[in-house]
Ligand binder design. Sequence first.
Ligand SMILES: Cc1cc2nc3c(=O)[nH]c(=O)nc-3n(C[C@H](O)[C@H](O)[C@H](O)COP(=O)(O)OP(=O)(O)OC[C@H]3O[C@@H](n4cnc5c(N)ncnc54)[C@H](O)[C@@H]3O)c2cc1C
Length: 486
Amino acid sequence: MPTTQHYATDAPAECDVAIIGGGFGGLMTLARLSQQAPKCQFVLFERMPRKAPGIAYGACDDAHLLNVPAARMGVFAERPTGFHEWLEREFPGKYRSDDFAPRALFGRYLLESVQSVLAETRACAAFVRDAVVHIEPLGRKFELLLASGRTVLARGVVLAPGLPQARAPWRRVDEGIARRLVVPDPWDQGAFRGLDRDAGIVVVGSGLTAIDVIMGLRRQGHTGHITLVSRGGRLPLPHAASHGSPAVYDPRELSQGAVSAFRAVRRAAKTLLREGHDWQSAIDGVRPHATAVWRAWSAADRAYFLRVLRPFWEIHRHRAPSMLLEAIEQECRAGTIEIVSGAVHALRAHGDREAEVLVRTAHGTLRPIVAARVVNCAGPSMSIGETLDPLIGSMLRNGLVASDDLGLGLRTDGDGALVRADGGVEPRMRLIGALRRGDLWETTAVPELRAQALAIATSLARELGCGAAPPNAVEPAPLGAVGGCA
Ligand SMILES: Cc1cc2nc3c(=O)[nH]c(=O)nc-3n(C[C@H](O)[C@H](O)[C@H](O)COP(=O)(O)OP(=O)(O)OC[C@H]3O[C@@H](n4cnc5c(N)ncnc54)[C@H](O)[C@@H]3O)c2cc1C
């Protein structure tokens, strides 16, 4: 099975479209572009060596589960059940359509799907292991500067970087602390190497990422005490026991404003519970309207939502399998896991093998906790201005992109074209994924991203003008090979 580790290190000097990011968004935009503009030459850049694409499907172990049922995870919008069909072919009868299948399997399916589209279209695609750190417009082209020092000229660019890493949630870290004790990236595969099985751990955050990290540690045989520290001190809520039909809303009521929408959702949830159904369908019913509703709200409503309602929305919207929540609750009762409501104030040295984490609790007291690892699971920053990402930072500084009105991500038009700081749309440059959240809000998961990939590919292919009907299918080639390049 070819993996993303087969990427080449050399980039061609020129291409038609450079795609930055080899996660779901980048790969699916490449697949769609190869269908829409098969005569174009593509280069896809990915900076991380992973066995499968992106953070979600490449930085997981074999037991980490998807949080969307298999029947909704197809990579093509016209065939949403595609992933479940693939599972049926590979593991007949093992997964139901409403099962949460392993993320690693989705990574395999995604790679195979992209390979088979590239084989059909015979598009010329190069896969390069390098980071793009700067982009400069040069006449009608873009010059991309890579971390390796090379440059690449491209007629068009697709940004597919996911959510850039945020600053760690701790403000003060003593210089004397050994670097291995502090884990800023929870997906760092080597973070727990050499850790004693019974060592204490502090996990900052209590959302889905924190649950992934805890489950991964326990699967590796770690038995030590884990303290979860988060402002709300709340775990995500569970998925429904069965998948009912999503609640039906009048979009006009949801669009009236954040408070009106909140009331409508609460009313729908109460009705569902009264009738013996699961409240989760009330949240699922909002999803198809989310982008239209977000756009209809005033700036004040969006700001109110972010400030007041978002924590409640997040724990209801981003749910966890109930068996995982039960396992954590059982450990809380047994005293092997504790959830503390508060924020990390500072990290201090405590010998060579441990750090002292000073937690400011919800009651305002400072509580010291000693741990052999402090893991940042606080999630991405809600402020693009604070990004540490070299490429996004440099593009913001040179005005090639602009932050959206709420400062959550980057401004785009309806086609995903990036809007510059001067307000003009940058031709032949597109953005896919979570950085569009200021404009779209729901722009993170596969059902949204597969639609964006198609829309971006269609409009960019039109602009670049190198389209043609796809030729006959041939055998899939491994990623890393340069496909049908002349
Ligand atoms: C733990 C986790 C679980 C999830 N589970 C689900 C799920 O079950 N179902 C679902 O629908 N969604 C899920 N999601 C949402 C998930 O983010 C999307 O499904 C999708 O994978 C996002 O893809 P992306 O390409 O936008 O971002 P990413 O997967 O983050 O990929 C972006 C890639 O770009 C690379 N990159 C960034 N900048 C550069 C640069 N300058 N140069 C080169 N490379 C660069 C990064 O290294 C990264 O690999 C999950 C997310 C996470 C984090």
